[in-house]
Design a protein around this ligand. Sequence first.
Ligand code: HEM
Length: 337
Amino acid sequence: MKALSPLLAVLAIVGFAVVGGHTHAGLVFLAVFVPYAAFAVFLVGFCYRVARWAWIPVPFRIPTTCGQQKSLPWIKPASLDNPSTGWGAFRRMALEILLFRSLFRNNRARLHDRRLVLGEDRYLWLGALAFHWSLLVILLRHLRLFVQPVPVFVSVLSRLDGAFQVGTPALYISDVVILGTLVYLTARRFRNPLARYLSMPIDYLALFLLLGIVTSGLLMRFVVRVDVAAIKQFALGLAVFRPVVTSAITPIFLVHLLLVSALAAYFPFSKLMHMGGVFLSPTRNLANNNRSKRHVNPWNHPVKTHSYAEWEDEFRDKLKTANLPLEAEDARQITGH
Ligand code: HEM
């Protein structure tokens, strides 16, 4: 039931695209106005949220640590799990962003013979990693629609991605992987009782939007063929703010474009913002040097203090009379200050 409202929302977008594109005004609205508006919301929203995170002061080091911190020379520190230098924190971040290292160490708790057993669970890691990498490859390959001449690395990437040529047009590896992983990630939310319980309706929205985008893309490539050259003309027009609505904008392309627009507009308000947030997470991007360096809270307001030495000066006579030790005076005699 939780998945019903996001499913209906995605189907409504598909319906708009199919029905709304029949008139010229509708076509201009859906193919030009909506993508521009969505892209503007994405850009402003993304920058706003990243800027807000960046502006939040982080006066102390609060990295999550999972290993021995640097201490005495003969105790081996865990330089990745408890980085004490900027370089160590950089390496940890790189492994997190490129290989999802913390997800790799994901555990699954199960009851076995009435005992709690912790086991490894690598499927989620593999699914998430394969999904993100294939999405990146697809987005980079799409550059051929927006840039003229097509950059060399995009052509090379497309050739590598289509290396297992199965029929014509070539079936991209990234297409197979993204479809498989999206189906797995969605099925996991339905089948795993814990994930199902924890999932909110909004958790399904991004998955359904992505499934819709990938399915319509594959349909365009293999079933309801579109004039890619004409779509490139349209996309280039959009990119330089001189859009021309042509007959290349077929209902299936409009479905693809509208779902992409919906995802872009929704992005800044969603958990998908982890794309920008991961770089700004102080629990990850800081080195743990709390003990080796003094970090002073910049918000400390000046406080009037009364040191022990001052107190001793104030009551010296009385302390001397009572034969009590005078530590500050002794210290001054030793150090000569
Ligand atoms: C989140 C963004 C997007 C995703 C995930 C996505 C995904 C896909 C996928 C998986 C395909 C199947 C074939 C392939 O991999 O090349 C495809 C095809 C296609 N997409 Fe997208 N797409 C996105 C954005 C766009 C945008 C903004 C346009 C607008 C110009 C577009 C236009 C097309 C076209 C024309 C095809 C057919 C290509 C062909 O037949 O070779 N896509 N898309």
